[in-house]
Design a protein around this ligand. Structure first.
Ligand code: H2U
Length: 350
């Protein structure tokens, strides 16, 4: 019988954050592709677009005019998925038809007045302001009695359904813990209760020793392609110190977080020399007033591109029916990302 080789043989890996498994098929990454190609987004954008609903001073779809902002601009989403209104409901005892009203607030954050700048192209000092805004929003929204969870995220690129290239992110704050966060919290808590330590602190310590899946690191954060990554170039930024919320970062950690945010996104853009699409989001402790020592601050990047600027991974078929699956191994992805330059390809001198 052949000796198992994780670069050759199909296997499953466990995600301790979600409790789910992923099927890894490294032998399959050479398969030919004749499927859909996405349009690569390399068209140069203007610094200001009079038609953009996020540019400074422009009018949004509901007729409200944006501030003449010079760095960050936050506004209430004009088409929110959640509303603040309290409603009364009938008691519902059916286990098969469960329904709960949900309250919340949705915000949009413009990262820069420049229509053509994305996170990888922004100055670190400007990214520090983005991180400071995330902290303010987490505090402001989280302090409301009906808000128990604040989800900060960014959808980048039309492949991800992002409606506008102007650099922006969103916040959905709500009463309940959303499903994925609830699952993660249960697993973090279980580990914390059994071991008296943070799951991600232990995980990161091992990753930093092995160095197989580390992409970049600085004094306070590391970027890793998780052992259990699903998306081809999925990564996670993990804080080296165990803390639960963005508001617990020191000034030095804030700067280090902004720096690592730029470094990983520059690498992403350099991978296929395109503005790299992804969904990213911060996972941190709920704002329900409880201590939540089990939480360990981290940020996920889920990028869909697989082989080039135009070929993306589809989570369909087996993945929809059975389990997530990947071809390229997480170790190989980490090696590719690690070896990419840290100067943005648009700034390359020929
Ligand atoms: P994306 O990040 O998916 O592109 O979403 C942009 C958000 O901006 C989206 O949630 C909001 C949409 O509701 N929006 C406004 O609040 N006002 C507008 O005038 C257009 C879009």
């Amino acid at each position: 019988m052949q000796q198992f080789d994780n670069n050759e043989h199909p296997h499953r890996r466990y995600n301790p954050l979600t409790g789910e498994w992923v099927l890894v098929s490294p032998h399959r990454s050479k398969r030919p592709w004749q499927g859909q190609k996405e349009a690569a987004s390399n068209t140069a954008l203007p610094a200001y677009d009079p038609e953009c609903y996020l540019c400074a001073g422009n009018i949004r779809s509901n007729g409200v005019r944006n501030d003449e902002y010079t760095d960050i601009f936050v506004f209430n989403n004009d088409f929110p998925s959640l509303l603040t209104d309290e409603v009364s409901t009938q008691e519902n005892s059916s286990s098969l038809f469960q329904l709960k009203p949900e309250r919340g607030i949705n915000k949009v954050i413009c990262f820069s007045p420049r229509h053509d700048l994305t996170i990888p192209e922004m100055e670190i000092s400007a990214l520090v302001k983005v991180v400071e805004t995330w902290k303010e929003q987490y505090t402001e929204l989280g302090s409301k009695d009906f808000i128990n969870h604040v989800q900060i995220f960014e959808n980048k690129g039309s492949v991800m359904g992002c409606s506008n290239p102007h650099p922006h992110g969103q916040i959905w704050a709500q009463s309940s813990l959303p499903t994925l966060v609830e699952k993660t919290q249960a697993n973090l808590l279980d580990y914390y209760e059994k071991n008296g330590k943070s799951l991600l602190a232990d995980y990161l310590a091992e990753e930093l020793t092995k160095k197989e899946r580390i992409v970049v690191e600085n004094e306070h954060f590391a970027v890793v392609v998780p052992f259990w990554a699903t998306w081809p170039y999925e990564t996670m930024i993990i804080s080296k110190r165990h803390f639960g919320a963005i508001t617990e970062m020191t000034a030095e950690e804030t700067l280090a977080f902004a720096e690592i945010l730029k470094r990983i996104t520059v690498k992403y853009d350099n991978l296929f020399e395109t503005s790299f699409p992804y969904s990213s989001g911060i996972h941190q402790k709920p704002t329900d007033g409880k201590p939540h020592h089990e939480w360990h601050f981290h940020m996920h990047f889920y990028p869909p591109l697989l082989r080039s600027a135009s070929v993306k991974k589809f989570m369909v078929g087996y993945e929809m029916m059975a389990e997530a699956q990947r071809d390229i191994s997480p170790e190989k992805s980490a090696e590719i990302l690690r070896n990419l330059p840290e100067i943005h390809y648009k700034q390359k001198t020929i």
